[in-house]
Ligand binder design. Structure first.
Ligand SMILES: [Zn+2]
Length: 326
């Protein structure tokens, strides 16, 4: 229980003071910095007004958007973090910066909040820099809501900037996508993940396991609780033992492991168990397919170990199926 509470606190931590300093995504960040600098210094620049920040959840797309708002609206030297504009953006109370998001659990964003956003974006900016709006989970915008936005994306009033954030660009209408510049964000590599964990105060002893299990998502690295980390380690150890001892009690071990893991792992475990049984009977009967069956079982076992170590499940399972089917 205590560890769950701690995980929640850590998750919250990503929004406090460090919240507006993005980690990783250097190419995107550099590009946005240049644009903001040009806007602030009045250098003529082709600042596009509509962007899609595309990439997996929990890797800092929203953080980057809010950081960019600060860069664009700062009253001093850009993202100073101290001027009234920067402070209001950090506090979520800047009159020129609007954030729209789903009410949760994949709920669609309807046309009414979008109309309200369009209205706000048509007002004159109260502070220096453009009006700035962010839509988190933009793929959740309803069909009507996306259509209602077309004019805003095409021709925003004044110098408005709109950022649509989504892990699923395919959920946006082609007419929306074509009006935006799409900036791709990749899963985070080890270095930014480590600095995020460090900044959030996660004990260094946990860093390695969290980085290995989070699939490049800082949000997941922070949210993994100690119990989940320990269960993953046990899973890996148990499979190692299984690999070394061909006479292990497979049925009992499979049952134990399935209890500890999620459905995805459980299905693979069942497959593994079935393949091992077939391979054993074939070996006892000296059947010619023994080698193939053993190879298949080993391939499944390797996949399960990769999953336990935190690799991308879709890719690992797809590769395994391709190998097994030959
Ligand atoms: Zn500032």
């Amino acid at each position: 229980m205590a560890s769950k509470k701690k995980a929640k606190e850590l998750q919250k931590a990503r929004y406090v003071p460090r919240g507006l300093a993005p980690c990783g995504h250097d190419v995107v960040r550099e590009r946005l910095t240049k644009l903001a600098m040009a806007v602030r210094t009045g250098t003529p620049v082709a600042l596009h007004h509509a962007y899609v920040f595309a990439g997996p959840d929990g890797i800092g797309k929203h953080t980057m958007a809010m950081w960019w708002a600060q860069e664009l609206k700062c009253e001093r030297h850009g993202g100073c973090g101290e001027c009234p504009s920067c402070r209001q953006i950090m506090a979520g109370s800047h009159p020129d910066v609007v954030v729209l998001e789903s009410e949760g659990q994949g709920k669609k964003i309807g046309i009414d909040p979008v109309r309200e956003l369009i209205r706000k974006m048509s007002l004159r900016a109260q502070h220096s820099g453009p009006r700035f709006s962010v839509i988190r989970g933009a793929h959740l915008l309803s069909f009507e809501a996306q259509n209602a936005m077309l004019k805003l994306l095409e021709e925003p009033p004044g110098h408005a900037v709109i950022v649509l954030i989504t892990p699923a660009v395919g959920g946006l209408l082609a007419t929306v996508r074509s009006r935006c510049q799409v900036l791709r964000f990749d899963a985070l590599s080890e270095a930014p993940l480590l600095s995020i964990l460090e900044a959030a105060g996660v004990p260094p002893a946990e860093h390695k396991a969290r980085v290995a299990a989070c699939e490049g998502s800082a949000a997941r690295a922070l949210a993994l609780d100690e119990e989940a980390l320990a269960a993953r380690e046990e899973l890996i150890e148990a499979f190692e033992a299984l690999r070394k001892d061909p006479f292990a009690d497979l049925e009992e071990l499979t049952r134990q492991l399935a209890e500890k893991s999620g459905n995805r792992d459980e299905n693979l475990l069942v497959l593994f168990y079935w393949q091992m049984q077939k391979a054993r009977s074939a070996a006892r009967a000296n059947a010619p397919e023994t080698a193939t069956l053993v190879a298949q079982a080993e391939r499944t076992s390797a996949t399960i170990r990769m999953l336990a170590a935190g690799v991308n499940a879709k890719v690992a399972i797809r590769d395994m199926l391709l190998d097994v089917r030959g």
